[in-house]
Structure formats: structure tokens, C-alpha cells
Design a protein around this ligand. Structure first.
Ligand code: FMN
Length: 194
């Protein structure tokens, strides 16, 4: 399968970056063709300014965004890797969706409602968090975190299978725990199409 990894973390020495490397290794080992979109390294400008919104509303897609859409549409599978920031996606990733998931490319509206246009077979969303699993379960935060990426974005645009993996306590975990998660994510890459 052709798989695009979309990654949003500013630090190339971060745990998130190590997750990307391991996921990529697993995907390649399973024979997938992989491309990486490193939004910070590419200096993606996430702010949807008035002129961008006006362009979107007239159906004019700037060359820079067409390039992003070509990468998105090249893929048959998607992997998103990012840290949880204020219960949400880093702004650079949210802004990437704002610019790239345009009407007519990712979805369309009609009197009957919204139709998703993306043809990807599967998306995996890998998130790291500072909080503990008990804390998240206690306030039903997993649902809260899940919905913007599924109902609000990827399922909305037609992707039938969206799986979310949250790793907790990341800033305080031991090296052994980190290695175990990296191995899990490598395996996730290997079994992406299983
Ligand atoms: C701006 C910012 C906002 C954050 N918001 C949350 C949050 O809402 N919930 C949470 O559990 N952790 C939060 N964290 C902690 C990060 O999720 C955590 O440090 C990160 O996932 C660890 O991965 P890394 O070492 O690769 O950065 C936040 C961190 C930052 C910098």
C-alpha cells in the first residue's frame, strides 16, 4: 500500500520523532511504499488567512496546496503522529487540514448532507500524552480527543477505518517503557494492512 505519514512535532530529538522512525521501519518491512510529511521541517504555514479562505470559496487552490493534496491523494493509507496539545492536534496539523481538505477534493456538500471523497482505505492516529490513562478515562477524554480526528475530519471525508492509539505518561516514562512503545508502533506499521 502507499502510505503517507503526517507528522507534527518541532523537535527532531523527540519521542514523537522516534515513533515516526519506528512506524516507517515497520511499514517498509511489510513492503509498503512510504512518504513522510514532516510539517515543521517543511515549515508549513498553518494560518488560514482571509485571502486563503476567499481562494477556497472560489475553488481556486494555490499551487502550494495542490502540492500538499497531491501527497495526500497519492496515498492509500494515512498515519498521523503527534503529541496531544491542549486536548487537540498541534496547530500546524489542524492548519494543514484547514488548507488541504478542500471541498471537491476531500468532501462535498449537497442537499442530503456531506459526502466524503477521500478513498484511503485506512488511517491510524498515534498520539502521545503527558497525562495518565486513569485521568483520561475519568473524564472520558479519549472520546473527546478521538472525535475531532474521526467524526470531525477523517471519517467526515470518507475514510472507513480510523484507529486511534494514545500513549500516556510520556514525559515521565522509563526507558524500558519507551522501548516497548517504539516496538509496538513498529509492529503497528508491519500490520498496517493486516
Ligand atoms: C503546548 C502543550 C500542550 C499540552 N497539552 C496536553 C494535554 O492537553 N494533555 C496531556 O495529557 N498532555 C499535554 N501536553 C504534554 C504532551 O502531550 C507531552 O509532553 C508529549 O506528548 C510528549 O511527547 P514528546 O516527548 O515527543 O514531546 C502538552 C504539551 C505541550 C507542550
Amino acid at each position: 500500500m502507499r502510505v503517507l505519514i503526517v507528522y507534527a512535532h518541532p523537535n527532531p530529538n523527540s519521542f514523537n520523532h522516534a515513533l515516526v522512525e519506528h512506524c516507517q521501519q515497520g511499514l517498509i518491512a511489510a513492503g509498503h511504499e512510504v512518504k513522510l510529511k514532516d510539517l515543521y521541517a517543511e515549515n508549513f504555514d498553518p494560518v488560514l488567512r482571509a485571502e486563503h479562505l476567499a481562494e477556497l470559496q472560489t475553488g481556486v487552490i494555490p499551487a502550494k496546496i495542490q502540492h500538499e493534496q497531491a501527497a495526500l491523494l497519492w496515498a492509500e493509507g494515512l498515519v498521523f503522529i503527534y503529541p496531544l496539545w491542549w486536548f487537540g492536534r498541534p496547530a500546524i496539523l489542524k492548519g494543514w487540514f484547514d488548507h488541504v481538505l478542500t471541498r471537491g477534493v476531500a468532501f462535498d456538500y449537497s442537499q442530503q448532507g456531506v459526502t466524503g471523497l477521500l478513498k484511503h482505505r485506512r488511517a491510524a492516529v498515534i498520539i502521545t500524552a503527558g497525562g495518565s490513562q486513569d485521568y483520561f478515562k475519568g473524564i472520558d477524554a479519549e472520546t473527546l480527543i478521538h472525535r475531532p480526528m474521526t467524526d470531525g475530519t477523517l471519517s467526515y471525508c470518507g475514510i472507513p477505518q480510523v484507529d486511534q492509539f494514545i500513549y500516556y505518561n510520556v514525559p515521565t516514562m522509563s526507558d524500558a517503557e519507551r522501548h516497548a512503545i517504539l516496538a509496538q508502533v513498529q509492529q503497528l506499521g508491519r500490520e498496517f494492512d493486516a
